[in-house]
Design a protein. Sequence first.
Length: 119
Amino acid sequence: MALLDIDSLTPGMKVGKDVIEASGQVLLRSGTEITEKHLRVLRSWGIQQVDIEGPTPPDSEETLLLRASPELLDRAHAAVAARFQHTDPAHPAIAELMRLAIRAELRLHLPPAPPPPAA
């Protein structure tokens, strides 16, 4: 199972763990095959990440962090901190924006990941 950002999901992927919104309502059950309509609904509910079945894709945040050298991570954090210097990094929205910006910064400087092996 892999936790993916909503923007990394594609139709056909299967939900690995129930998607539950803040008040406890189940939006998608485990095993559901994701469609374009599901993606629109998830975005409208403000869902940021979904656990999916299967191996972790090569462009997930987890694999980006594993592929990045400590020096590259430090440079990405510094670049993002400079861009957000006039904000409160403890605010949840700012923290999420900074996390996404660091991921984008890593993608700019890392070579593309090799495709997963064929099963």
